[in-house]
Write a protein that binds this ligand. Structure first.
Ligand code: NOJ
Length: 557
């Protein structure tokens, strides 16, 4: 293991934390979180062991899709602060060892973007070709909409010019025409601008749709649409050598490989593991590690410079779209049986702890899994304290409630009157009286303290992010046993998805005489017998991280 490599490809063992500035911390008391407030909470993130902060869109926006409808790619939403505040935040974060990345939303703009306002003026407007138009009546595309029930076509008729424009998402989000080289230049300029403010890269929204537009519009200069992704990556790297593209590509593994650029690894630097996430929920629902183990076995080995990003929750619906109908219904039955908990017929509106009836053993087991799975963990704000959702909030807003800092009024998020808050605070058993940062930070046994410990241990075990991994054979269906190995460093992680204690027989094979297993999350460990054999006890919903120690091993435990 070469520890110095980890500062080079920093994203391979980063601890990523995603938040929306408007719901995190309100410093000026207007009911909306802001950049100044976030800057005041940077030390909180640093203390937790976060090394990369992902900011959801903070750009000027009519806010009809929570900021994913951008009306100016070069600005900051005035409610959140100024460009100056952003730069101050990035500097402060960097000082605390935290890199900042931001959403890059360039598949579409808001219909209030000046480009679109111009484009819809006439068919010969210079901006017309910034978007995708058709003159003939579109066929039925109701099966292609991303938000079923909200839209019924991906084409919208524009009264003024009598043509239809493409919008994969809401009708107020016209798709940009990336087949137009002028649009591609604009996108590069946007990236260049934000890199100049000190960002370390982007979470790239809706990547497959971007490339689809290229393919459908037959961009002359890109016979292969992936060529465009390669050129974006080259541009990024020319401007900021160590910046990353973390792509949203919710596709089967064999397609995702292409978005990494195959063996060359010259497209997206990182991708979320949507397949693994969905398999994990199926495993949790069945209390059978099989689906997750199977996903990990199928997960393609990608170029050493690229990385998988693991997650339990994000800001959207908890999508289960890659499961079969039967599997999805199993997860619905286990974790979201009521219709109001489900959304778009494919996902859940809930956060993890309520789905697990608040059972701390299971919640901790899942986060132990998140941090021990091969790859880079991504937390969504509030997960570290076990926040719940607001099922009365419309759609995906259920999980976009204010951060719960204290048990005080408005969860300590804002001093504004409650009616002026950007969204209501969660009430009931997961409300701030029971779930808040202030209480948990002072309690060594809290979920926050546990997650902080996991983040610390994850950072001390770069083999989890860097290593090759294998699923270890053992007889218990409810147990996931995997091992990550990077050169001479090796960690075994065991997770019991079932309620009953089990003893797991391990055979580590290649481990020589005198080796031991040392627990990393609790005191203890065990001797390894001939052939690396050990019997390891797991509580119901228990988990253990065990480092293989060789005689003379000088790594600190
Ligand atoms: C994916 C984002 O995660 C989601 O929140 C957004 O609505 C769509 N892309 C459109 O930008």
């Amino acid at each position: 293991m070469r520890i110095t490599d980890t500062s080079d490809l920093w994203w391979k063992n980063a601890v990523v934390y995603c938040l929306d500035v408007e719901t995190f911390f309100d410093a000026d008391g207007d009911g909306v979180g802001d950049l100044q407030g976030l800057a005041e909470r940077i030390d909180y993130l640093a203390e937790m062991g976060v090394t990369c902060l992902w900011l959801m869109p903070f750009y000027p926006t009519p806010d009809r899709d929570d900021g994913y409808d951008v009306s100016d790619h070069y600005g900051v939403d005035r409610r959140l602060g100024s460009l100056g505040d952003l730069v101050e935040l990035v500097r402060t974060a960097r000082d605390r060892g935290i890199r900042v990345i931001a959403d890059l939303v360039v598949n579409h703009t808001s219909d209030q973007h000046p480009w679109f306002k111009e484009a819809r003026k006439s068919t010969d407007n210079p901006f017309r070709d910034f978007y995708v138009w058709r003159a003939d009546e579109p066929p039925d595309t109701s099966g292609q909409v991303v938000f079923p029930g909200q839209e019924d076509s991906i084409w919208e008729h524009d009264e003024r010019t009598g043509e239809w424009y493409l919008h994969r998402f809401y009708k107020h989000q016209p798709d940009l025409n990336v087949a137009n080289p002028v649009v591609r230049d604009e996108i590069a300029k946007v990236m260049g601008f934000w890199l100049q403010t000190g960002l370390s890269g982007f979470r790239v929204d809706a990547v497959p749709f971007l490339l689809e537009t290229l393919l459908e519009r037959n961009a002359d200069d890109f016979a292969d649409p992936h060529g465009y992704l390669r050129s974006l990556r080259r541009f990024l790297q020319r401007r900021t050598g160590d910046a990353v593209l973390l792509g949203e590509v919710n596709l089967p593994y064999d397609k995702q490989v292409d978005y990494f650029g195959g063996e060359d690894g010259d497209e997206l630097t990182m991708q979320f593991d949507f397949v693994g996430m969905q398999a994990m929920y199926l495993s949790l629902a069945r209390q059978d590690a099989g689906p997750l183990a199977d996903a990990l076995r199928r997960r393609p080995v990608v170029s050493p410079d690229t990385q998988w990003a693991n997650f339990v929750r994000n800001h959207d619906e908890l999508t289960l779209d890659q499961l079969s109908e039967e599997e999805r219904q199993e997860v619905f039955a286990a974790f979201g049986p009521e219709e109001r908990m489900q959304i778009y017929g494919r996902g859940l509106k809930r956060r993890l702890p309520p789905m697990l009836d608040g059972d701390p053993r299971r919640v901790r087991m899942v986060y132990s899994l998140l941090f021990s799975l091969p790859g880079t963990p991504v937390l969504y704000y509030g997960e570290e304290i076990g926040m719940g959702e607001d099922l009365d909030a419309p759609g995906r807003h259920a999980v976009r409630t204010p951060m719960q800092w204290t048990a005080e009024e408005n969860a300590g998020f804002s001093t504004a009157p409650a009616r002026r808050l950007v969204s209501p605070v969660v009430t009931g058993g997961f409300g701030p009286q029971h779930v808040n940062v202030a209480d948990q930070k002072r309690d060594p046994d809290s979920l926050w303290s546990f997650i902080t410990r996991l983040a610390q241990r994850y950072r001390q075990c770069p083999e989890l992010g860097w290593g090759a991994y294998e699923i270890l054979e053992q007889p218990h269906a409810q147990v996931l046993a995997h091992r990550c190995t990077w050169d001479d460093a090796s960690v075994v992680a065991l997770h019991n998805l079932g309620p009953d204690p089990v003893t797991v027989p391990l055979r580590l094979g290649d481990v020589g005489p005198g080796c031991t297993l040392a627990d990393l999350l609790q005191e203890g460990g065990c001797e390894l017998a001939e052939g690396g054999a050990a019997e390891v006890l797991l509580d119901g919903y228990g988990f253990r991280w065990l480092r293989v120690r060789r005689p003379g091993d000088r790594r600190l435990l």
